[in-house]
Design a protein around this ligand. Structure first.
Ligand SMILES: Cc1cc2nc3c(=O)[nH]c(=O)nc-3n(C[C@H](O)[C@H](O)[C@H](O)COP(=O)(O)O)c2cc1C
Length: 202
């Protein structure tokens, strides 16, 4: 497990300034990201509110605190300082990254997203994945709606945190589900919901 930085002070910006500045970015500079920035983004997406209290809830609301979401990170060669290229799973409990595979999957991810090329140009992408059964086992079919609402909460946090960090992103919902699942080698019943390419705006 790779321990991620826990200093979130980079996010300390005025909310109104961040809200006004938020917009979608589809052109990325070839400037690497810092691991501290990536740690902030994964933390706002699904991290626990307190690193000290293992029982604390997360930075996003969740119906019945069921937390059906898993977060993945894909990064290219020398694209995130102090992080090897590859595919990682964000571990909420330890605020760490579990390495899954070591290739540069950015081109494959872009292809799976109907060749939206900016995805391969961004240094990294966050992919939000859900296991619907975690929520539908409690709420029945209505749980599907809840999972989609929760993905929106995570996505907005990523947008706002990117803006606060001087980075850009765009919510990508147009992709082939099976193809993205193959790129991430997702377990059965885990569905990709959102792709967020991350980088400095060009
Ligand atoms: C559910 C959803 C799916 C989206 N999918 C894509 C996408 O596949 N590709 C893309 O370039 N933008 C996508 N967007 C971004 C929208 O195009 C963008 O948010 C919209 O044009 C408004 O611009 P703004 O985000 O700069 O305010 C998506 C946004 C949402 C909310």
């Amino acid at each position: 497990m790779i321990n991620l930085p826990r200093d979130m002070s980079l996010l300390k910006k005025h909310l109104v300034d961040v809200l006004i500045a938020r917009k979608s970015t589809r052109q990325f500079a070839s400037r690497p990201l810092d691991l501290r920035q990536v740690a902030c983004l994964l933390w706002v997406c699904q991290g626990r509110r307190s690193f000290e209290k293992p029982s604390s809830r997360r930075n996003v609301p969740s119906a019945g605190a069921t937390y059906p979401m898993t977060t993945y990170l894909i990064c290219g060669d020398s694209q995130v300082n102090e992080l090897e290229r590859g595919l990682y799973r964000y571990d909420v409990a330890s605020h760490g990254l579990e390495p899954i595979s070591d290739g540069d999957l950015r081109d494959e991810l872009a292809n799976a997203c109907f060749s939206q090329r900016f995805i391969s140009e961004a240094p990294a992408s966050i992919v939000v994945v859900a296991d619907y059964a975690i929520t539908t086992s409690v709420y029945g079919e209505r749980g599907v709606r809840y999972v989609h609402m929760e993905a929106g909460h995570s996505g907005q946090n990523i947008y706002l945190a990117c803006t606060a960090l001087g980075l850009g992103t765009v919510a990508v919902g147009a992709f082939n589900d099976e193809a993205v699942s193959r790129v991430l080698n997702l377990p059965l019943n885990h569905e990709p919901l959102y792709v967020f390419p991350i980088g400095y705006p060009r």
